[in-house]
Design a protein around this ligand. Structure first.
Ligand SMILES: CC(C)(COP(=O)(O)OP(=O)(O)OC[C@H]1O[C@@H](n2cnc3c(N)ncnc32)[C@H](O)[C@@H]1OP(=O)(O)O)[C@@H](O)C(=O)NCCC(=O)NCCS
Length: 149
């Protein structure tokens, strides 16, 4: 079942941040991932944070928002699909649903910044707009992706 998020989703998402990330491309550690996903997204960005559940188990989530400062833009902050469900189109479906939400809000550009999942973003029509070293003061290289809608 797909729906927008509620605050009660937050504990399951925190647990997923520990359990779902075994991708060697992902440079961030568990504690960093949790720090990147504060509860406030599930309080103040619920309309643009999307949840997939099956039989009350979290299957996937997408945390996004409409830029407050850039009226034409939206931003995808974090996405995850439960490993046994990966590769079945759920991630792509969540992105399409997010695109629909932001079109409704007359946004024409969507951004995402990642250390991993670059192939996924390219496949979904994003192009690299920048590559930034030490983006968050933690070293590594972050890649900025964007897509016009
Ligand atoms: C990255 C992630 C969100 C993709 O979700 P998904 O449901 O597995 O992806 P989909 O099945 O919708 O794939 C959509 C397309 O992207 C491609 N793709 C997805 N992951 C890929 C990968 N790691 N490498 C290459 N292509 C990939 C798929 O092959 C598919 O292309 P196709 O339409 O030609 O078959 C998911 O694998 C995940 O949660 N990974 C671990 C966490 C993570 O890295 N999150 C992102 C950074 S925060």
């Amino acid at each position: 079942m797909y729906r927008t998020s509620i605050e009660q989703d937050y504990p399951d998402v925190v647990a997923a941040l520990s359990l779902w990330w075994d991708n060697p491309e992902a440079q961030t550690r568990r504690s960093q991932r949790v720090a990147l996903v504060p509860r406030l997204f599930f309080q103040h960005f619920t309309d643009t944070t999307l949840i997939v559940r099956h039989e009350d188990r979290l299957v996937a989530f997408l945390i996004g928002f409409l830029s407050q400062s850039r009226p034409d833009e939206a931003y995808i902050h974090f996405v995850g699909v439960e490993p046994r469900h990966q590769g079945r189109g759920i991630g792509a479906d969540l992105y399409e649903r997010f695109f629909a939400v932001i079109r409704e809000n007359r946004r024409r550009k969507v951004l995402a910044i990642t250390t991993g999942s670059q192939a996924f973003h390219r496949r979904l029509g994003f192009t690299v707009s920048d590559s930034i070293g030490n983006y968050d003061g933690q070293g590594g290289v972050h890649v900025t992706f964007s897509r016009e809608l």
